[in-house]
Design a protein around this ligand. Structure first.
Ligand code: ACO
Length: 335
């Protein structure tokens, strides 16, 4: 183990990838009993990107990762840790991170996946932060990648209108100046696992003709129950991470929330007392991409020039498990 590098653990580059195919609400109207009006007014989503049949999570994640490396000016051979957050890995094993490693040629990295549903990116970022802060790695690629279309029941109107595919990535390195990642608060509640899950395909219900007949390989969600918990847990996590580091919500310049539902984001903004204009929101264009939501929204905001050096940012997420988390960081530009 190399000795810990003094300094701040910073995001030094971001990248994202969205598949070319766009599925609009109008097209969904032809697939299930729904309407653009219902989807837009209940969720804020107008379209989502859908991966090609031969495009797996690692394909999307590798492109996002390479773009993040290019933005950071970092070579793949400098990467010594790759973490992919996903609920839609290429296969049960090897990890999607190992496939990303092969695609980008990061031969010196050690690689693994994290599964924390829609909170996956916040969890993975915290893991990466801890490896860098303790000297276990010097350059980390933290990726959220999902092909949710592969676990979506296209006959279930209560879920199929919500999800999209894509990947987002960040490069972590330490810098001598600035604060970078300040801290993360995370939590889980396994007693509510039944409200949001993919029941089939694991050791509980191994794949069989019966699990396929019962449609157990598709995502199931009790949306209105999830909604209530999502708002409460994300607000609590945001407040806890601010309190822990002696900061106030007024200090936060940008909030990047998990992009599940515009009404959830509006409720969080209201409860936290943060103007909605300080939230980076892109779910109208991309839908809910689970662990890819936050890094893709971050990359868009960075490339649009919205995030300035020294801005205090808050990432806040909630997902199946239940899992939730909030990360505070001070944005860092340049070497
Ligand atoms: N089109 C038309 N009607 C619909 C549709 C649809 N696509 N979907 C549901 N409805 C109907 C329902 O059948 C119901 O009809 P009924 O009143 O006749 O029974 C009615 O609309 C209301 O249904 P609700 O489920 O109560 O609608 P709600 O306002 O709660 O919105 C939604 C549903 C969008 C799913 C919302 O609950 C939500 O966003 N929940 C949270 C999602 C979330 O945060 N997930 C966490 C991350 S995801 C992850 O971890 C992978």
């Amino acid at each position: 183990m190399t000795p810990a590098t003094p300094g701040a653990v910073c995001i030094v580059g971001t990248g994202a990838y969205l598949p070319a195919r766009v599925l609009t609400n109008a097209e969904l109207e032809k697939m299930v009993e729904t309407s653009d009006e219902w989807i837009a007014s209940r969720t804020g989503i107008r379209q989502r990107h859908i991966a090609a049949a031969d495009e797996a999570t690692s394909d999307m994640s590798a492109i996002a990762a390479q773009r993040a490396l290019d933005a950071a000016g970092v070579e793949a051979m400098e990467v010594d840790l790759i973490v992919v957050a996903t609920v839609t890995p290429d296969m049960p094993f090897p990890s999607t991170a190992c496939f990303v490693q092969k695609k980008i040629g990061a031969r010196k990295a050690f690689c693994f996946d994290i599964e924390a549903a829609c909170s996956g990116f916040v969890y993975a970022l915290d893991v990466g932060y801890r490896f860098l802060a303790t000297g276990g790695a010097k350059t980390a690629l933290i990726i959220g990648g999902e092909k949710l279309s592969s676990v979506t029941d296209w006959q279930d109107r209560t879920t199929c209108v919500l999800f999209g595919d894509g990947a987002g990535a960040v490069v972590l390195q330490t810098r001598k100046t600035g604060r970078g990642i300040i801290g993360t608060v995370a939590g889980s509640d396994g007693t509510l696992a039944n409200l949001l899950q993919i029941p089939g395909g694991g050791s509980r219900h191994p794949s069989s003709a019966e699990t396929i007949d019962k449609r157990l390989h598709f995502l199931k969600m009790q949306g209105n129950e999830v909604f209530k918990h999502a708002v409460r847990c994300m607000c609590d996590a945001a407040q806890q991470v601010l309190d822990r580091h002696g900061l106030k919500v007024e200090d936060v310049k940008w909030v990047i929330p998990h992009q599940a539902n515009l009404r959830i984001i509006q409720a969080i903004a209201q409860r936290l007392g943060v103007g909605i204009e300080r939230f980076c929101v892109n779910l109208d264009q991309v839908g809910n991409m689970s662990s890819a939501s936050i890094p893709v929204a971050l990359d868009e905001a960075v490339r649009a020039g919205r995030i300035q050096h020294g801005d205090l940012m808050l990432f806040v997420a909630f997902g199946g498990g239940f899992t939730w988390g909030a990360t505070l960081l001070e944005w860092h530009h340049g070497k």
